[in-house]
Design a protein. Structure first.
Length: 352
């Protein structure tokens, strides 16, 4: 494992977000002064030529779900550079857009993070990062996922009007969002919907758990989908809302050349501190490569949290001459403390 990869993986766990963007062409708007009483929000509770395996360190986010402090009064004068923010404080991103979506686990619905290289197409340098952020948040609201196992609980017709980030607060203004929980939507789905939006917005900005001020048509509301939104939201503890295993790479539908390598990365937590990864033919039972890899925890690094409590990143590469044309599934699996198992999968295609 080289030093740069270690630093990258540690940064991913510490921040739980990807480098950020900023809306390049949104209109200036007046941000209403946020109420001063505190709100509350919580979520419901080696056949191939060798695999190079890198298991990574984990840092805990821990703590109870929180809301941020009151947003600064007054209005940003520019959607790209809010009042009091210099251009050097923004962090334009490169690479795929991180979108949080809902999928099923043995414990019920949880959030998965899907990286979307397709959302950066035709954006050029996108110096403000706004196009990437806009596309990412829209994808989260619409349930626009490459992986057919993922979805969004947001009702149809909800859309993004504005996204205005700053180091103190990220303002997200929605159109068409109900303040009350719609009939047929569970409380858990409502809370996951807000969590999904908050984490996608934080990922777009790329500076950690910056509080997210979610408004409806430019107004602060007591609730959205029945979830308290009086104060900006920072999100819930990872263990409460994230799936126990989630693949970051490869993306769904990625194409790999014969003889190349399949780079597999993701995050996981498990009862035994390991994650199992397989590369198998889509049709049939043939497994081309597989392995069980350790997620490093307190035994190896006493200053870090136990992997049973946080999601630790993992990385492995499968590849070689046995990788022939066809469709394959990448499968990452963990075993939970109650004996159940959870998996995340990606479908890829190998071509000549």
């Amino acid at each position: 494992m080289n030093d740069q990869l270690i630093r990258d993986l540690l940064h991913e766990v510490a921040d739980d977000v990807e480098p950020g963007d900023r809306l390049d062409a949104i209109r200036a708007a007046t941000a209403p002064t946020r109420r001063t009483h505190r709100g509350w929000w919580a979520a419901g509770g080696a056949g191939l030529v060798a695999a190079s395996v890198v298991t990574a360190l984990a840092l805990t986010n821990g703590g109870a779900p929180q809301t941020g402090g009151p947003a600064p009064a007054g209005a940003p004068t520019s959607a790209t550079t809010p009042t009091g923010t210099t251009a050097t404080e923004v962090r334009p991103a490169t690479g795929p857009v991180a979108v949080y979506l809902v999928g099923d686990t043995s414990a019920g619905p949880r959030l998965y993070r899907e990286f979307r290289p397709d959302l950066t197409a035709d954006l050029g340098d996108d110096p403000g990062g706004g196009g990437r952020a806009l596309r990412g948040i829209h994808a989260a609201l619409d349930g626009d996922a490459l992986d057919p196992d993922y979805r969004s609980p947001w009702p149809a017709g909800v859309s993004l009007r504005q996204w205005m980030p700053s180091p103190e607060v990220i303002q997200v203004i929605l159109v068409g969002a109900p303040v009350d929980r719609p009939a047929g939507m569970s409380e858990q789905d409502a809370r996951l919907a807000l969590e999904q939006l908050v984490r996608t917005a934080q990922a777009a900005y790329g500076d950690g758990k910056v509080p997210v001020d979610v408004q409806v048509e430019g107004k602060v509301t007591d609730t959205i989908l029945g979830v308290p939104t009086t104060e900006p939201l920072t999100g819930s503890a990872d263990a409460d809302v994230l799936a126990p295993v989630s693949l970051s790479d490869p993306s769904e539908g990625v194409v790999v050349r014969v003889g190349g390598e399949v780079d597999i990365t993701g995050r996981a937590r498990s009862d035994d501190g390991t994650v199992s990864v397989q590369l198998k033919r889509w049709e049939g039972t043939a497994v081309l490569d597989a392995g069980s890899f350790t997620l490093y925890g307190t035994g190896d690094h006493p200053d870090l949290a136990s992997v049973q409590d946080v999601l630790a990143p993992f990385s492995v590469s499968f590849g070689g001459d046995d990788l022939q044309p066809g469709d394959y599934d990448v499968i990452a699996t963990v075993r939970n403390a109650d004996g159940t198992v959870d998996s995340d999968t990606r479908r890829i295609t190998v071509v000549d």
